[in-house]
Write a protein that binds this ligand. Sequence first.
Ligand code: ZN
Length: 450
Amino acid sequence: MKKTKTNKLIIPKSIVTVDAQERILFNHAIEIDNGIINRIAPVAEFNLDTFYGEIFRYENFTLVPGFIQTHIHLCQTLFRGLADDLELLDWLQKKIFPFENSHNKESLRISVQLGLNELIAGGTTTIVDMGTLRHQEVIFEELIKSGIRAYAGKCMIDVNDLYPEFFESKEEGIESSYQFAKEFHNKTNGKIKYAFAPRFVLSCTEKLLIETKEMMKDFPGSFFHTHASENKKEFEVVKQMHGKPNVEYFDSIGILDDRTVLAHCIHLETEEYKSLKKRNVRVSHCPSSNLKLGSGIANIPYMLKNGISVSLGADGAPCNNSLSIFKEMHLAAMIHKPIHGPTSMDAKTVFKLATIDGARALHMQNEIGSIEVGKKADLVLLNLEKSDQTLHGNEDSIYSKIVYSSNKDCVKNVFINGELVTADGICTLYDEQKLMSDGKEELRKLIGRV
Ligand SMILES: [Zn+2]
């Protein structure tokens, strides 16, 4: 193959491929051409002297696939720390809906930039974002500028008893979502895809939910992204309103299939697990959010045992106060053990939830989620050579290091589509100091508008 200047060669200490054989490679290099991994081979097989392109030597670092988070609210990053110690419905009513309602374009833009800066620096290269009610175009603009891979969509709310001001008619929601999907679905070579985003049952009429699902037919490859059965009180109100629990209700109106991402799924009745499996629904597990809001613990080991698709997400910054995939992996590995035993949710299983299982959930397993020839070069370099990590060097200890002993500070560098977007753990797409000062200013003004 003819070499061009777009060729890159990465030489790490080890490569956690997450391929079908779950190989961990040592003394191997990865060649990237035009954003695609086109060769993985022993370093000795490359002629480094004549290689035409950029060579990245990371001989002390471990290369892993870019992380995938299937439930995020970029619009909420600015509200971090302003809605602590509340349960979901109070959290929405007293804090989050009033804040989201007060966003203007400037405050939303800085919120999204802060979120993307944190996600990318922390090794996340693909997200599913819930969006917000107004100025959704700002989120798309920033997603495109950042280069991150995303399913995103405008949040839809056509009834709101918790905070009546934060709402729009069903017609407005459907029409504007349709227009956004028309404009942004499959944008930037398919990096941006549309995920229709009705907020949750309590803020959506049945007509909105059904018409949204209908609308997806015009946008093949789009997703339906919503929350389900997060909180006990919410679960009870849904049951009272519709005579059935949340997931069963969704099933009864034809919402569920393999292009539906349901965040949380904590309070489920036995039959509902069967619906998740039967309809091949994608569950996004957000353990830090579920703990902080006191929502409960989803029965993830049971879901995995029954072949239900599970992936991870940090949710919004005000409901866990961090967008770090490392926190989510750590908690996903820890919180189920007291209930299901210490062998449940082992490190490798959890690592896969944040990589290849996330890719499968989004039907992107042929493009991302593992390090294999032909896949997109979404790659993360980790420093696993630290004194607070195991010094044992066997293959399985790599998963242990990542899940049990790492945090976002272990991220050395991140490539998205073959482009280096960090420098020593700092996201180079933004000026972090400026983000913080602009963020403080916009937050001050936003609080004045609430
Ligand atoms: Zn959420």
